[in-house]
Design a protein around this ligand. Structure first.
Ligand code: ZN
Length: 203
């Protein structure tokens, strides 16, 4: 499986990092070794002093597809969940300044904690889903899928022009504003429409 992620998909988050609001999706990937499941602890890497949390709605791809048209894109994901796109912001900043790729800031081991998935049919409107991330009992990020710049379907259409999607692939769909540093000892809890999806510690 592979993890595909979308950068700057909420205008308010693009602005908080002084990035332009994109006109086409910004794509990057994480390897399977980034995946962290079952609320295992996240071990803070030593190469960064500024690892940020980015809470994101994650789509689970349910069938293989290439050059998917917008009309059929919704058939390619059947479950959604929450994940955190941990980002070594200091490493990313150094790479951005040089025009270099972001992989070392985004794709490191354990950088993609993902909770359980729920059928998308559980939601009456997939574009009106609230989600939030609490740290040590305090809400730090709050989002709603109505604010996505590129819809789940447009992401699938765009990505599948370049990369074949396969069953089991995960798509991180971008983070709302409120990103910030995590510290050793922090307790992270993430909720999708009030249902707890992630609950783990930084070690
Ligand atoms: Zn992200």
């Amino acid at each position: 499986m592979k993890i595909i992620a979308i950068g700057r998909n909420y205008a308010e988050h693009a602005k908080e990092l002084n990035n332009p609001v994109p006109t086409v999706p910004v794509i990057f990937m994480k390897p399977d070794t980034a995946l962290l499941r079952e609320n295992k602890p996240f071990y803070h890497p030593e190469f960064s002093e500024d690892v940020h949390h980015e809470i994101e709605v994650v789509l689970k791809v349910c069938k293989e597809g290439k050059h998917i048209s917008e009309k059929f894109a919704a058939n390619y994901y059947d479950e959604i969940g929450l994940g955190i796109d941990f980002t070594a912001r200091d490493v990313q900043q150094r790479h951005k300044e040089k025009g270099l790729p972001w992989e070392l800031a985004k794709a490191f081991d354990g950088s993609a904690p993902v909770g359980n998935f729920v059928p998308k049919s559980n939601f009456s409107d997939i574009y009106s889903i609230n989600f939030n991330l609490d740290i040590n009992g305090e809400t730090r990020q709050q989002g709603n899928t109505k604010d996505l710049l590129f819809s789940f379907e447009r992401i699938i259409v765009f990505v599948s022009q370049y990369i074949t999607l396969k069953k089991g692939d995960l798509i991180f769909t971008g983070t709302p504003p409120g990103v910030g540093r995590v510290n050793v000892g922090d307790h992270l809890e993430a909720y999708l429409e009030g249902q707890k999806m992630l609950d783990f510690y930084v070690k």
